[in-house]
Ligand binder design. Structure first.
Ligand SMILES: [Zn+2]
Length: 319
């Protein structure tokens, strides 16, 4: 990936670029903004740019440094993350040790701490000591979607750079023009990811577009109650399913209210939506959306999923 590929995040990139150009790094940065927005992708691209050996247009994406960075095999790129609820002091030890050495191959060591709000007190304290005397030739980037949970002492030692979602239409253009995705899937993914570039890039390689249409074929269009295969699914999958259902009925609602078609998430199913629009009154749609929202609430309360789907089915088809 190149700097110019990160469309829409020009503002944070310009800030970082200015620091790179003036060699005025302060040690620590916090990239803050919603999940899946592309913060980590930007952090990696900065690591790539700082260590690229090309004379211009860095990162070139082709030199041995860039290739190692992209495969996450560069000895000067360190990503600290934790699958558990906390980032512990053991996770930070490597940073403590490594920060004292000069870069192995590149110009700059880059440490990326993902989900930095998970730093526990000991780990945060240890990080604070490093940030108080930032090692030369090192850049520390903390990534978070919960900046309010980062220790104030750590926060005060870092420059905070905020990332915002892209406008949906801009993201759609990026997916079409930079990633060569067809217009209708690009439209759906832009809406579904709510303008979050990182999430959209993940979704473009998934089967979500085909999958959502399979769901709508079986339940909404064919008028069959609910997919029986759903009962064995995980909470995460059911959450996704309920979200899709809500978006489907929201689309019918919007169309009925006379909103322009480009506002529809499921623009690719426009003809089905137009047909269904005539079959539902606003009142029915209101109660369907309320029933879905209630199911989401009970899902989070760990209610038996079979019962939950059964109840939702009853609510949907009486409407
Ligand atoms: Zn390069």
């Amino acid at each position: 990936m190149r700097f110019s590929d990160i469309l829409g995040h020009e503002k944070p990139l310009n800030i970082i670029n200015a620091y790179i150009e003036n060699s005025s790094f302060s040690g620590g940065y916090i990239f803050s903004g919603p999940e899946g927005i592309g913060k980590k992708a930007v952090a990696k691209i900065i690591a790539e740019k700082l260590n690229c050996t090309a004379q211009q247009d860095r990162p070139c994406g082709a030199c041995s440094s860039c290739l190692k960075m992209e495969k996450l095999q560069h000895p000067d790129l360190h990503i600290i993350e934790s699958d558990t609820a906390q980032i512990k002091i053991e996770d930070i030890r490597g940073l403590q040790r490594e920060a004292n050495f000069r870069p192995y191959e590149g110009a700059m060591k880059v440490f990326i701490i993902d989900d930095a709000h998970k730093l526990n007190p000991e780990a945060a304290n240890s990080l604070l000591k490093i940030l108080e005397e930032p090692p030369a030739d090192s850049l520390i980037i903390l990534i978070t979607h919960k900046p309010q949970n980062i220790f104030k002492t750590v926060l005060s030692r870092c420059k905070v750079i905020r990332f915002s979602p892209l406008a949906i239409t801009l993201l759609e253009d990026v997916l079409i023009n930079k990633y060569f995705i067809d217009r209708l899937p690009a439209h759906f993914i832009s809406f579904y990811s709510e303008g979050r570039l990182g999430l959209a890039l993940k979704l473009k390689d998934s089967k979500i577009f085909e999958e959502k249409n399979r769901i709508f074929d079986s339940f909404a269009v064919a008028g069959r109650p609910l997919d029986r295969n759903l009962t064995g699914q995980s909470k995460e999958q059911l959450r996704g399913y309920l979200n899709l259902m809500a978006s489907w009925f929201r689309d019918i609602y919007l169309l009925k209210a006379g909103l322009p078609e480009r506002e529809l998430m499921h623009l690719d199913r426009k003809n089905d939506l137009l047909k269904l629009m005539r079959e539902f009154s606003f009142k029915q749609l209101d109660s369907i959306l309320a029933a879905i929202s209630e199911s989401m609430f009970y899902l989070e309360k760990n209610i038996n999923s079979k019962l939950l789907l059964h109840n939702l089915g009853v609510q949907l088809w009486k409407a």
